[in-house]
Design a protein around this ligand. Structure first.
Ligand code: ADP
Ligand code: DP6
Length: 465
């Protein structure tokens, strides 16, 4: 018997998006009155969308998503257009009878939002089945990974289920939702409607990814992580949270039209401010991400800081304003240094600004009783700051025990000295707060100024089916 296959309508497409580090403006950036200074990182999540070749005559509305670096990380979805312009609803299908369904809310929501947006431009019948592969750079997880046998691919096999992946806090869900949305839109929509390489395309991607990331998270954060995943390093002012509240739930009547209008900025105007020119990394300097092995999670830090601010508005406003000025000064210093030859530079001012900002953050920490820069991190950053070639360091984002970031001269000897310093760093005694930190790792991750971008699909041939 001969079996013929139908010719796929679409050509494989891929995109990637960077991770993030909020160098300055943690907590402040939740409020539109303040900014965040965010750097994209050279650890990217990639997504590749390909046609599923089917035997002719078989029609199947199914999209298969795989994250092949992890065990059993497959999600199969059926999709259908809902009544009353409710957009595309996706339903997870059981891959096999003996494997229970495990949901991936970020994938599921990004898929339903992207397909809904696509059907506002194309008839639903043009959404043909596809196979989607997710591949993440290894620094997103602290699990040891192995290359595929005889492989030239940089992606590693972690050989554990996704729920056993230990995240290093580089913003996996934002990089995933952004690259996933970019790849799906690029695959199904003609370039005249969505082109990732244009300003209009990036705006569509930003707005759609913010909406689906918030929906998947079940909360509206500041969105700095999606902004940097789309635009790369930038000075960020958030959108008004009310913008998203009127969109409603997928499948509710009129959802598709509301999503289109939100994404295309046609009724309500997005008031996000993204200024790429306000931040630069001077040539010869780099960021170095460090990861602390620590059992302690500190959920509810954001709630607690905001509650303290509300109760102590006058004191908090003073601190917030001082920090905002300090952060602005830090951004200005970095861009000024970027305009100078490395040999002509004097790092004294930028060092002082970092030290001053850290003092303010510790004030925020003490006043709100939240371990934003706990003493364990103070010791780690202070010790690094004495290493020749280290300009300074800080706790990024919400802070806590698990990560910090250093600004250093981009020289192997500086990284070697830091590895030596932290190699022997093990605090076996608990601090006064009862928290014991373990191994300190220097992640091979630095800033990346570029946001979401198109990728060649050949990069993934060893991982796609
Ligand atoms: N490589 C991956 N493949 C598939 N889904 C992923 C991957 N990495 C992260 N995710 C999704 O993102 C979620 C983690 O998001 P979150 O807890 O917000 O962490 P982060 O701070 O890294 O964004 C995972 O539970 C999973 O749903
Ligand atoms: C407190 C914040 O301003 C910054 C948090 O930054 P992190 O980088 O710590 O974030 P997660 O990876 O989402 O945990 C909250 C926000 O801006 O949403």
């Amino acid at each position: 018997m001969t079996s013929s296959t139908t010719t796929p309508l679409f050509e494989a497409k891929a995109a990637s998006a960077p991770g993030k580090v909020l160098l300055a403006g943690g907590y402040l950036v939740l409020d539109r009155g303040y900014n965040g200074l965010v750097f994209g990182l050279n650890a990217r999540i990639h997504v590749c969308v390909e046609p599923i070749r089917m035997k002719s005559g078989v029609t199947l509305s199914e999209i298969i998503v795989r994250s092949p670096q992890f065990k059993s990380a497959n999600w199969e979805y059926g999709y259908r257009l809902t009544e009353g312009d409710g957009g595309v609803s996706v339903t997870q299908l059981q891959a096999s009878h003996d494997i229970p369904i495990s949901r991936n809310p970020f994938v599921e929501t990004a898929l339903s939002y992207a397909l809904t947006y696509i059907t506002t431009h194309l008839p639903h019948s043009t959404i043909s089945p596809s196979s989607i592969t997710i591949l993440a750079a290894s620094p997103y997880y602290s699990n040891p990974g192995k290359p595929l046998p005889n492989s030239t691919s940089d992606f590693l096999n972690f050989d554990v289920p996704l729920n056993q992946a230990h995240k290093t806090g580089l913003g996996s869900s934002a990089a995933l939702v952004t690259s996933f949305t970019a790849a799906v839109l690029s695959y199904y929509l003609p370039k005249s409607i969505f082109d990732l390489e244009t300003e209009a395309g990036r705006q569509i991607l930003h707005n759609l990814a913010q909406a689906s990331h918030c929906a998947a998270q079940g909360k509206v954060g500041s969105g700095f992580d999606i902004a940097s995943a789309v635009y790369g390093s930038c000075l960020y002012r958030r959108f008004s949270p009310a913008l998203l509240s009127a969109t409603g739930e997928p499948a509710s009547p009129g959802f598709a039209a509301r999503l289109k209008s939100l994404v295309e900025n046609s009724e309500k105007q997005w008031d996000t401010e993204i200024t790429k020119s306000a931040i630069e990394m001077p040539q010869g300097l780099r960021l170095l991400m460090c990861d602390v092995d620590c059992g302690s999670q500190t959920p509810g830090m954001v709630k607690q800081v905001l509650a303290w601010r509300k109760e102590n508005q006058v004191e908090a406003d003073k601190l917030w304003n001082e920090l905002q000025s300090g952060n602005e000064e830090f951004a200005r210093e970095l861009t000024a240094l970027a305009g100078q030859e490395p040999v002509a530079r004097d790092y004294t001012t930028v060092r002082d600004v970092i030290v001053k900002n850290r003092t303010l953050i510790r004030q925020m920490s003490t006043a709100s009783n939240v371990p934003i820069e706990p003493p364990q991190q103070t010791a780690l950053i202070d010790a690094a700051s004495k290493v020749p070639g280290v300009i300074g360091g800080m706790v990024p984002g919400a802070g806590g025990y698990d990560a910090f970031v250093l600004l250093i001269e981009d020289k192997v000897e500086v990284i070697d000295a830091l590895k030596k310093l932290y190699g022997g760093w093990k605090v076996d005694d608990e601090g006064d707060d009862g928290v014991k930190i373990g191994k300190v790792g220097v992640l091979g991750v630095r800033e990346d100024m570029v946001g979401a971008r198109r990728e060649e699909t050949a990069l993934y041939k060893e991982w796609t089916v």
